[in-house]
Design a protein around this ligand. Structure first.
Ligand SMILES: Cc1ncc(COP(=O)(O)O)c(C=O)c1O
Length: 422
């Protein structure tokens, strides 16, 4: 297998790949990344700058990014929001007695917690009312959820701040928030202490392009120390250029074509009897069908029509919509044409001839998990290292694997116990 040929075939086949997933440039159909040129792949030479101690052209980009939410200091990152979450947790660990993970946390949150050895607890968002908050607490919250659902972030931040506690917001999926009327507000509109956004997910930037925003300058200084520890010492100028470009896109965005194309798209899906669940984030929709499972629907969309989703779970097929704009190159009419050809009602999805063999999982019941199990996407751990596999875990793992959901860590656990028995 050759990576170049694999991707080239996907993009240039008779029925080219249509992206409803990240990155937000959708195969360079949205935004202005065509200006990138391999010659621009530079390093910290005279005339350029050092991302870990920026004082020239990279500092100018950071200053420009900081204007997104006055009062915040921004720092570009080239190792994704993962790098920002690690740095945020480490930067607050001296000020924090207890980290509180609210709802589903991405695996990077747990990696940060384990690496730093801090004390932590988990709580469901619904249980926050009446929660005994103290000034030594730092909440870590994912906003928005992967699916585009929102919680009342304003309430959470005021609850924390009333008690002198802090909030780290994992806003990986919300770099486009506040881009225009009709889009939700960022946690920074409500005073989140640290917010980290993946520019690459919903805005047109290259994969790994992220930005960390910090409210307090002393915390920013501490964050910079850890970014220096965790981030590559050779930041990609192409990724940084893509952040600059995506930020310009953000500042000048007009949403008219987004909303009109979104409406036509939803109507086209509904004509095919697809149930479209609209999310609080208008750039996310969840598809399901009255007669087929989400996995069957996903299979027809991808295998037969080459329309590729972001995620599929029991709840449906998640699409990340392009931020359509005047002059974009997204194959929108082609997409509508393929949707019009779905005819799902009369065309039962073919029987699955490629059901993966799910072997070795049952033997894990009652054993200690040796490596955290993470369905990917969404990247939220299902069972942590050190916990015991229950019947319910085994059932969920088998169900996911049967439906081709990637389960990070499962192979390691199965191998570990197989070797132990031999
Ligand atoms: C909720 C959430 N947080 C953090 C991350 C990590 O972001 P990145 O890929 O930019 O490192 C992801 C990635 O999927 C995510 O979904």
């Amino acid at each position: 297998m050759n990576l170049y040929k694999t991707i080239e075939t996907m993009l240039n086949s008779d029925k080219p790949h249509i992206s409803m997933h990240v990155p937000g440039h959708k195969n360079n159909a949205i935004g202005y990344l065509s200006m990138l040129d391999a010659r621009f792949d530079m390093t910290e030479i005279d005339g350029l700058d050092d991302l870990h101690e920026p004082e020239g052209v990279l500092e100018d980009i950071n200053m420009n990014l900081s204007l997104k939410y006055p009062g915040y200091t921004a720092q570009m990152m080239v190792n994704g929001t993962t790098n920002g979450i690690l740095s945020a947790v480490f930067s607050l660990k001296e000020l924090t007695d207890r980290f509180i993970v609210v709802g589903d946390g991405h695996k990077s949150v747990y990696h940060a917690i384990r690496l730093s050895g801090v004390h932590y607890t988990e709580i469901a968002y619904a249980d926050l009312n009446g929660f005994d908050t103290a000034s030594g607490d730092t909440f870590i919250v994912t906003y928005p959820a992967y699916t585009g659902d929102l919680m009342d972030i304003e309430q959470l931040i005021s609850l924390a701040h009333e008690h002198g506690a802090r909030v780290i917001t994992d806003e990986a999926h919300g770099a486009h928030f506040d881009i225009a009327p009709g889009f939700p507000a960022s946690s920074m509109a409500y005073g989140s202490d640290i917010t980290i956004q993946s520019y690459h997910k919903m805005l047109p930037a290259l994969t790994m392009a992220s930005v960390i925003f910090t409210k307090s300058i002393s915390v920013h200084r501490e964050v910079m120390k850890y970014i220096n520890w965790f981030e590559t010492s050779s930041p990609s100028y192409l990724v940084m250029l893509s952040i600059e470009s995506a930020h310009e896109f953000y500042k000048t965005y007009h949403p008219e074509s987004f909303f009109s194309k979104r409406t036509r798209l939803i109507e086209a899906l509904r004509r095919e009897s697809i149930i479209v669940s609209e999310k609080a984030d208008p750039a996310k929709i969840m598809l399901s069908h009255p007669e087929f499972s989400a996995y069957e629907l996903a299979k027809v969309l991808t295998k037969e029509h080459h329309i590729h989703h972001e995620m599929v779970t029991d709840a449906g097929v998640l699409w990340c919509l392009p931020l359509f704009h005047r002059g974009d190159r997204y194959p929108y009419e082609n997409l509508l044409k393929r949707i019009g050809e779905l005819r799902l009602g009369s065309n039962q999805p073919a029987d699955d001839d490629s059901i993966p063999p799910v072997t070795g999982v049952e033997q894990l019941r009652g054993r200690v998990c040796r490596r955290t199990i993470v369905p990917y996407p969404p990247g939220v751990p299902m069972i942590h290292e050190g916990e015991t596999f229950s019947r319910e875990h085994i059932k969920r793992i088998t169900h996911n694997m049967y439906n081709h959901v990637r389960m990070e860590g499962i192979g390691h656990n199965i191998e570990y116990y197989k070797n132990e028995e031999n």
